[in-house]
Each structure stands twice: as C-alpha cells, then as structure tokens.
Write a protein that binds this ligand. Structure first.
Ligand code: 1HN
Length: 344
C-alpha cells in the first residue's frame, strides 16, 4: 500500500470514531488469535513478605470494617484488575481472634484453602465448619456465608473465586444478610456425614454444586498417601485428585476446578499445557515449577504461583514428596467445549 493510500485509510478511521464504528480488518487477528494469548504471566508470591504484609493489615483495619480483610493477589500482567490469571481471582484473607466477617451472598462462587492458624469457622447456608490447614471449603454461588474466629492466633486462608468470569458475563449480584451472623440450623459435620462418605440420602437428587462444603485435609492426605505408595504416577500430572460433587461426579464448584497434587520425591513431570489457567499453592515439601521456556521457579511452603492458560508446565519435587493445592477455570472450558490439552 502506498503512503498516500495508508494516510487516506487513517483519515477514514478517524471518521469512523464518532460513529462508533471500527474496521474489523484491523482488529481481526487480535480478536481471533491463532492460539490463546493470556495477559497474565507466571508469577510467584513468596510466602514470607506476602504474609508480613497481610499481618500488617490486621493492625490497620478490622475484619468488620473491611467486610473481608483480604490482600488480592494481582498478576503483574493484569495490574489493577484484581485478577491472578485472566479468568481467576485469588486473595489471602486474614481473620484475627474474636473477629467476625459478616454474612453476605453473591453469584460468584468461592473456595477457601486454609493455610495457617486454628480456630476460624466458616458458616455456609446454616452449617458451620472449623477450618484447619489443608482443608478445602466451598461457598457455592448465592449461599449465605460468614466467617468468625474462636481461636487465639491469626488465621490465613487462600480465597479463589470466579469473579472475572462472572464479571465478563455481567451476572454479578450481591446481598447483605440482615444479621451479621447467620442462624445455624444443622450440627457441624452434618453435610460431610450425609454426602461426604460415598453415600447419599435416598431421596437426594443431583445438585449443581457439591452439598459437601468442607473437604478435610486428613481424608485427602490419606488418599494421596495410599496412591503414593501403590498407585501409578501420571507422567504429566503426578498424582492429581480432583474435588468432586458427589451427586453427579462434576467438579465441586461448577466453575472452578480444585485439585490436590502430589509429586513424588525426585519425580519430574513431562511438559503439559491446557487452555485453562491455574493457581498453585504448596502445602508440603518443595515444588519446582517451570513455565514455558523459563527456568524452574522454586515454591516452598505456602508460596503461590499463577500459571497462565496454554503455557507448558513441568513440575519437580525437591524436598521429599511435594503436595500442592491447585485451582483452575477448567470446568468452564470443559462445559463450553473449549478445553484443549497438549501433552507434548
Ligand atoms: C468474598 O465474599 C469473600 O466471603 C472473600 O470471604 C473474597 C472476593 C471478591 C468477592 C467476594 C468472602 C471475595 C469475596
């Protein structure tokens, strides 16, 4: 194209702006890339400075004032957007002894993964559960939830939500409970006894989200231990188990896929990529994670890492068996027929 012709086109584009029109031929390749182009980058939040910053917030604002005292884990590639990957939200929440984070509900689904401290309690739609390190707890969409702390040390957990997805769909609603502290109508452990033991009440029908809302680490660990001794190790995933909804075998949360992964001592996984993005937090041992062409990044206890979609990942256990909790947007990819993986 000649310079004169290019200038003419530029002039033409200027005339389109006030008409709220845009030429697709300029935009097409950006809108429909040849493969996914996430804006998120692989990034590690080292526990110690992150924890220090969170503990500092505890002396500056109460859980009640903040509603939720959380530091958002914000991906450097998505500054200001409250996203840890292009499609996932993550934050670290602190609750101090005696505090209450008041009851509310929203259409965004949430998970909690407890990292530090004893004595915090989350209540979800009429049942409470005491949180322990390694427990996976869900707050399905539109369920009332509040948190309180009956212990005597700071408690910290990782929150994971589908906020960016719900925002993209413009489907966000929220409501505050009239009481700070919702009424408890069932004894603690009721849901686990009813739904969490490979049994279901006779007349229970399929539910969209898991009726088990707390998955204690002890049980998860038992399965991982057995499999580490006796099971085959997948070359790409190590030993990875997903948290399920026992009524239909789907993921526990329909939009967020939560998993626990054990990489046996000395094991290195083969490169794997999939369209979903992922968040990884190390519970036990040390985990080296290599993303794309980058060298291995070492994750120690409670370190958190973002893995953008469609990036090749390799894991390596460095200090005995490594155990890591992961969550991703994979269920949404699967449900929309968009999930693609590459074991190369
Ligand atoms: C929320 O409700 C909680 O209930 C935590 O603890 C983090 C981030 C975004 C939107 C809602 C909670 C949240 C959140």
């Amino acid at each position: 194209m000649t310079t004169a012709a290019a200038n003419k086109l530029d002039d033409y584009y200027e005339t389109l702006k006030p008409l709220n029109l845009a030429p697709l031929w300029v935009r097409l390749k950006g809108l429909v890339p040849s493969e996914p182009m996430p804006k998120a980058i692989p990034f590690r939040w080292a526990w110690s400075p992150t924890r220090d910053a969170l503990i500092t917030s505890g002396s500056l604002i109460s859980a009640k004032e903040a509603e939720r005292r959380v530091l958002v884990l914000e991906n450097p590639g998505l500054a200001g957007q409250s996203k840890i990957t292009d499609t996932l939200y993550a934050g670290l929440q602190l609750i101090l002894p005696g505090e209450l984070a008041p009851a509310h509900r929203h259409t965004q689904s949430a998970l909690r993964f407890c990292l530090e401290g004893e004595g915090a309690v989350t209540s979800v739609d009429g049942e409470r559960t005491t949180m322990h390190r390694g427990d996976f707890i869900i707050t399905p969409f539109w369920t009332w939830h509040d948190h309180k702390h009956e212990g005597d040390e700071p408690v910290i957990w990782l929150d994971g939500l589908d906020v960016p997805l719900v925002t993209a769909l413009c489907a966000g609603f929220r409501e505050e409970h009239t009481d700070e502290d919702q009424e408890i109508t069932r004894p603690e452990g009721d849901a686990l006894a009813r739904y969490g033991n490979n049994l279901l009440p006779l007349d229970h029908s399929v539910s969209r989200t898991s009726p088990v809302f707390s998955y204690p680490y002890g049980r998860t660990r038992e399965s991982l231990d057995s499999l580490a001794r006796t099971g085959a190790v997948d070359p790409h995933h190590g030993i990875t188990l997903r948290y399920i909804n026992p009524t239909n075998g789907d993921w526990a949360i329909p939009t967020i896929g939560a998993m626990m992964r054990l990489i046996p001592a000395g094991f290195e996984t083969r490169p794997y990529r999939a369209t979903n993005s992922e968040v990884v937090v190390v519970l036990e041992g040390g985990l080296d994670v290599a993303v794309g062409q980058d060298p291995y990044v070492r994750l120690s206890r409670n370190d958190i890492m973002s893995i953008p979609g469609w990036s090749r990942v390799r894991y390596r256990a460095v200090d005995g068996d490594a155990i890591a909790f992961c969550f991703s947007d994979r269920p949404v990819h699967e449900k929309l027929g968009l999930f693609r993986e590459d074991r190369g």
